[in-house]
Design a protein around this ligand. Structure first.
Ligand SMILES: C[S@@+](CC[C@H](N)C(=O)[O-])C[C@H]1O[C@@H](n2cnc3c(N)ncnc32)[C@H](O)[C@@H]1O
Length: 221
């Protein structure tokens, strides 16, 4: 079994709850958009007000729905069937125009150049190093010329204690077979500058938690 399948099994088991959102602990098991979604919306709105947007690893769809209610033709994809089922339910509850489908970021079924914006809230930082260049290729292919990428990843400024196993020297941790990488701004810049110009980036620290995140807005060359 390769790593993507291991992750998929893990996420499938996490998302397989039937609508009991309030019983789930992780911050992304929420119906309301996260602070990262709201900040990302503000960032993109300072550049464009509408367009096609793809939310990769959309989970239960909270952030996709936020963009759909704010002028974007929003599409959410996730490789977990259960996540997409919940996202569709949440979409219906919100009378949202967001469209959801089961797709892996490595096997996207949209035409090239179809999107003006791609958002990734919490998928990229789970990828193994060997999958990073493939991810970059797939995501950038979805975007039209000068399209935007919004990326939200764990930051190396996170505290090295807490719920997670201690970081290794290279800022990796793992739990239940899922890997996390805590990215420095320099690493993000090094990886993405092959295809993107970093327009803005900011550090976000979660209240009452030990984690910190990088939120980056990038533009395709
Ligand atoms: C940390 S959750 C974030 C969910 C959502 N973006 C949010 O903020 O509410 C990461 C999501 O990425 C999805 N995911 C991980 N690897 C993926 C892949 N290769 N293709 C599509 N989705 C993936 C998982 O199923 C999970 O729902």
């Amino acid at each position: 079994m390769n790593y993507e399948e291991t992750d998929k099994e893990y996420y499938e088991s996490k998302w397989r709850f039937i609508g009991e959102w309030e019983k789930q602990k992780a911050p992304y098991f929420k119906k309301k958009p996260g602070i990262e979604g709201l900040l990302a919306l503000e960032l993109i709105k300072s550049r464009i007000n509408s367009g096609r947007l793809l939310d990769v690893g959309c989970g239960g769809g909270r952030n996709t729905i936020l963009f759909a209610s704010n002028g974007f033709e929003a599409y959410g994809v996730d490789f977990s069937k259960s996540a997409v089922r919940l996202a569709k339910m949440l979409g219906r509850e919100n009378n949202s125009s967001a469209k959801f489908s089961v797709q892996s970021v490595f096997d996207l079924r949209f035409e090239n150049d179809f999107f003006d914006v791609v958002t990734d809230f919490g998928l990229f930082h789970h990828l193994r190093k060997r999958d990073v260049s493939n991810y970059l290729k797939r995501v950038s292919r979805m975007l039209n010329k000068k399209g935007y990428l919004i990326l939200y990843t764990f930051s190396d400024k996170s505290k090295k204690t807490g719920n997670y196993k201690p970081f290794s020297k290279r800022n990796w941790s793992s739990r239940a077979g899922v890997y996390n990488h805590y990215y420095s701004k320099e690493e993000i810049s090094k990886i993405f500058s092959k295809k993107f110009k970093i327009v803005k980036s900011r550090l976000i620290k979660e209240e009452n938690r030990k984690l910190a995140f990088n939120l980056s807005l990038m533009r395709k060359y």
